[in-house]
Design a protein around this ligand. Sequence first.
Ligand code: HSE
Length: 382
Amino acid sequence: MKVAVLGYGVVGVGVYEMLKKAEGLEPGPVLVRPGKADAPFKVTSIEQIVSDPTVGAVAEVMGGVSPAFEYAAAALKAGKHFVTSNKALVAAKGIELKALAEESGAAFLFSAACGGGVPFLHNLSIARKSDEIRSLGGILNGTTNYMLDAMQRLDMDYGQALADAQRLGYAEADPTADVSGLDALRKIMLACAVAYDVLPTEGLLNEGIENMTAADAAHMKSRGYTCRLLAQGGRNPDGSVYAFVEPVLFRAGAPECSVLENYNMAKYEGACAGSIVLMGQGAGRWPTASAVLRDLSCVLQGDRAMLQPGCKAGAADNSALSRLYYVRLPEAFAARLPSESCEAEDGLARLVTKPLSPAAMHAAAKEIRAAGGELFFAAIGG
Ligand code: HSE
């Protein structure tokens, strides 16, 4: 099967090179936006691809919602199988693309959009058919994991850690999506869509690592905690879905502490299977390209869909869970949170809250920030 590649950046080059050697696959034209890098078999319009009868599939690795969506729609309408690593695209337009794929009978697979090389969505899409998926998520952003690891283990400062993650090809074109938790949030949205037939688009919460200082990193380390950015999703007792992203503190010895550099740790809890953990590189050229190629091989084997026909957009409810939070904030704002314990020094308070839902903690943080209080918070995990 000849595969057209949309985008020839960090991941596009990897996909193109892997296609040369993959069983049953070969590289086709490469769509490069005007003014962008040169590429082999370069074309500059999607029409040249969708009208080419020798192209069987399109692999999109350009990122962003537009024009990726228009290109994806054109490819699917023309009956070309479509695989993508683009989580922003699937989070925003997944339901529409699923409908187009169903109409034309073409495949729509996106396991490369979550977890880089880790076959998380692929396994989830199989497991959900026979087991009840109770919860899912984990460390799903390579950039922030690289940064947190560098800041806590190597005492690197935030700016240097981010610059390194960008240089190594882990970060998004605009790394705000990584450090704000939005990239991980999009990934948990996709995982919920695959496992629960609900693509949550409302009620979502994401707290990233932008507010973590070197002093926070040093303080957490001195108390024996390691911070990781976790994306969490699952079913509430009433059947609704929760989906949110926030920093979580782990005690030494917790498996999350051993996830270093750009690695991801994706998990799901099956009612029968129990806890399944998948680990591997979550970002970068070759890991992500390998996931695109894996999807293309699945297309060759007859796989057509990761989203079931009944999958719909819906709302997340993050008010039913409860956990303790560590919060660093100006002492003057400390009374706004119910606390178990609180230490104050030089105008700064570091407190542990009473049990709060993610919805309550994120709402309180928003209010405190709106009133001028800078804060960092992290859930206290295992
Ligand atoms: N920027 C993303 C990350 C790329 O760091 O995880 C892989 O999705």
